[in-house]
Design a protein around this ligand. Structure first.
Ligand code: C2E
Ligand code: MG
Ligand code: MG
Length: 753
């Protein structure tokens, strides 16, 4: 960085803004009178003082030279040649040697030609004879004074010019833009530092070369009318975009969309230069003055924004927006040509499992490989897009018939059927493909996409991995899902959700030690709706967060109340969805809820499924640690059905495993040591974890679990989930009474439903 002071700009700016301080006003010229005759000295003093000169006197050559040692030196000197201490000629020589500016006018009685010549050659500017005429003397001094002033002005102007040149040079070289001049032949006659730096040329190497050496070949033609512009004024080029070649490697990594390494995208503003007043006349063209602005970064950013708006950044496939644009176009054409087109909606089977168990990174890599295989299935005019998640959409314009689409779908299924290798994992995914054909399945973009989506759901329901054309009767089925979502939103507003409570019994104590809260929806028309009919949809739409919040609030208040009423050790098990744990305020929200409802953290056990933990392990584990540190307990729900590695169990503070009911259901024979239940119980004991079995329905299962040392039981054998009032009653009863009361409730409840 060059500071303005370094460049001499401060003095320059000052000198540009007014007369400089070193320019003396004409009237205050000073004269030193050097003569050994006292009378003469004094009469000269009074004469010159009266004419406005500043006068000093010296009685001889030595005194004169001594005076000249001090600044400021007098502007002029009236010098006698013959003096006793030193000859006037020697005084002149000494002054010239010292390079002083003082102008010497000789005033002498000695008038021989030789003397005069010597005085003038040594540096005196004029010669006057004694005795002198006062007017002649004064006019001689006035002449000398004028000449001196002129000389000083010229020097000052020269200095200003040099400074001004430096200033302009500074401004041009430090301009953010490239500045150039071309001669009439189009060769560089000037470039600023910026141009040299950006183009990667040294100034000397570029001067004299034709401008085309810095222009991309594709833009030669355009450059011809811009770079060496001959027009002036409004007709000249302004901000014309051009691609230049730089010898430097590109900044910021590889460029996209046709920009090679080192390309510069610039805007050129140029104008012709003509001899003054001769504009446009033959021979008056002097060359071109141009300014080039580097807009490479701006262009890249714009391209990136445009690209991101229309592409999926993971697979680099078009996104939904671009797909819709293309489909819009294709529909218009198909309508005009009375032709057909197909939209294929493709959803991967089993992708969620991979993502949930192996994590997002593996999931993302798998998606990239899937995208690559799909790309190989499409023709040049087709559009393959990723809609997000594991959903892809394919547009096949110009379809001859359904067979064409079926053929492509078949090909896609075959291509995807082979294993995918991601890191050490060999993965298999299938695909469910829904196909809608224009105009049969719909005539608008929306209708076609929706129909293909509906057809895709139909194939998913029929067992996945296949394709299905849309049929109008599918509409009815699909719309129920949409209706359900709308109704659940209303249910949240109308407070139709409540928790049921299922008791957890400790066999050794013979009493209820805890309850699990399970969501129920009292639908105004459908009656009681079970979680499996709305929780999956709530998870898909994100409504689960609100559902959980509502259930948890009610459940915590209930259990806090029961604990205050004398069931102090009672714990509440809450089902926590992955989506809820991923909320940024999950921990604070939950702690606030406990605070608000007055339920101690030790009274709560979070039930988390293995796949929920796996989904965002790094994010979730620290949150669970925070909660555990506050006393909240954490259990693994449906244990044994998810990810089979146990290493994660040590990574965070689990204290309970809940054996999934499918394993309990598998218990058939007394004393079967080889069952999974047996293995889980032993493992839990090894890890020092509590164990609870859910889904216990009969005496055989109960006996078996008791034998294996599992004493905490949840299941229909004791009680189905019951409402708040019933559970409150059950808390006060012995196990047998409780079973009866719960059973009666369930009978009434199912009759109501
Ligand atoms: P879960 O957490 O594994 O809950 C246990 C499920 O097993 C409950 O089904 C319960 O009624 C059922 N069950 C209990 N004992 C037996 C038995 O002996 N035999 C049989 N066949 N089933 C038994 P439910 O209430 O239908 O809940 C289903 C699932 O929905 C729950 O599985 C849980 O994952 C989820 N869920 C329920 N409520 C909520 C909630 O408020 N929030 C969230 N995120 N999920 C919930
Ligand atoms: Mg549960
Ligand atoms: Mg469970």
């Amino acid at each position: 960085m060059i500071s303005a002071r370094d460049a001499g700009l401060v003095s320059l700016a000052e000198s540009l803004s007014g007369p400089a301080a070193d320019e003396p006003p004409a009237a205050s010229m000073s004269v030193l009178i050097v003569d050994d005759q006292h009378g003469l000295r004094e009469s000269l003093r009074s004469l010159l003082s009266s004419r406005g000169y500043g006068v000093e006197v010296a009685a001889g050559g030595c005194a004169a030279l001594a005076r000249l040692e001090q600044a400021p030196t007098p502007d002029m000197m009236l010098l006698d040649l013959v003096m006793p201490d030193m000859s006037g000629l020697d005084v002149i020589s000494a002054i010239c040697e010292r390079n002083l500016e003082t102008r010497i006018v000789v005033l002498s009685g000695e008038t021989s030609f030789d003397y005069v010549k010597q005085a003038l050659t040594r540096g005196a500017v004029d010669f006057l004879r004694k005795p002198f005429e006062p007017e002649e003397l004064c006019s001689t001094l006035a002449r000398v004074r004028q000449a001196l002033e002129l000389e000083r002005r010229a020097r000052l102007a020269e200095k200003r010019l040099a400074q001004s040149e430096r200033l302009h040079r500074f401004m041009i070289d430090h301009a953010p833009d490239m500045v150039y001049l071309l001669d009439p032949e189009g060769c560089f006659s000037f470039i600023n530092d910026r141009a040299a730096a950006l183009l990667g040329w040294s100034r000397d190497a570029l001067l004299g070369r034709h401008y085309s050496v810095v222009v991309q070949e594709q833009d030669f033609e355009l450059a011809r009318f811009v770079m060496n512009e001959r027009r002036t004024g409004d007709r000249a080029s302004r901000d014309v975009e051009l691609r230049l070649r730089s010898r430097l490697p590109a900044k910021g990594g590889p460029a996209r969309d046709g920009h090679a390494q080192g390309d510069l995208v610039v805007e050129v503003t140029a104008t012709g230069i003509y001899s003054p007043g001769l504009c446009d006349q033959e021979g008056a063209f002097l060359g071109t003055y141009g300014i080039i602005r580097d807009v490479t970064e701006r262009k890249r950013a714009q391209e990136m924004v445009r690209y991101q708006a229309y592409h999926d950044l993971l697979t680099h496939l078009p996104n939904r927006a671009l797909f819709r644009d293309r489909l819009e176009l294709a529909v218009t054409q198909a309508r005009r040509n009375c032709s057909r087109l197909a939209v294929m909606f493709l959803d991967l089977d089993r992708f969620k499992v991979v993502n949930d168990t192996l994590g997002h990174t593996v999931g993302d890599r798998l998606l990239k490989q899937v995208a690559d295989r799909l790309r190989n299935c499409v023709r040049a005019g087709d559009t393959l897009a990723r809609f997000g998640g594991d959903e892809f959409c394919l547009l096949l314009p110009d379809l001859r018939g359904h067979e064409d689409a079926a053929g492509v779908a078949q090909k896609v299924l075959e291509r995807l059927s082979g294993p995918f290798q991601v890191d050490d994992h060999e993965l298999f995914v299938g695909a469910s493909i829904g196909i809608s054909v224009f105009p049969d399945a719909g005539e608008s973009v929306e209708a076609l996409i929706q129909s293909s989506d509906i057809a895709m759901y139909a194939i998913k329901e029929r067992g996945k991995n296949g394709y299905q054309f849309f049929a109008p009767e599918m509409n009815a089925q699909f719309s129920t899902l949409l209706v359900l979502e709308r109704e659940l939103r209303n249910a949240l507003i109308n407070d139709e959700l409540e928790p049921y409570f299922q008791p957890q019994i400790d066999l050794e104590a013979g009493s209820i030690i805890g309850v699990e809260a399970l969501a129920r929806w009292r639908h105004p028309e459908r009656g009681l709706v079970e979680p499996l009919d709305f929780i999956p949809m709530a998870e898909e739409t994100g409504l689960i967060v609100q559902v959980d919040r509502c259930i948890q609030h009610k459940a915590c208040s209930a259990v806090a109340a029961w604990r205050r009423e004398g069931h102090a050790g009672l714990t509440l098990s809450l089902n926590i969805s992955a989506t809820q744990m991923e909320q940024p305020d999950f921990v604070d929200g939950l702690l606030a809820l406990l605070e608000e409802t007055g339920l101690a953290p030790e009274g709560v056990r979070l039930e988390i499924t293995e796949s929920a933990i796996m989904r965002e392990m790094e994010l979730i584990v620290p949150k669970l640690r925070r909660l555990a540190a506050r006393g909240v307990r954490i259990g693994i729900d449906d244990f044994g059905t998810g990810y089979s590695s146990l290493s994660y169990l040590q990574r965070f503070p689990v204290d309970t495993l809940k054996i999934d009911r499918t394993f309990v259901n598998d218990i058939r024979v007394d004393g079967d040591d080889a069952s999974i239940v047996n293995a889980i119980i032993h493992m839990a004991r090894g890890l020092g974890l509590d164990i609870i079995a859910e889904g216990v329905e009969n005496e055989l299962q109960l006996r078996y679990l008791r034998q294996q040392g599992c004493h905490q039981i949840q299941g229909f054998i004791f009680s189905r989930p019951v409402d708040r009032e019933t559970l409150r009653r059950c808390l006060t009863l012995g196990v047998d009474e409780m079973r009866r009361v719960a059973h009666e409730f369930s009978l009434r409840d199912s009759a109501r439903a």
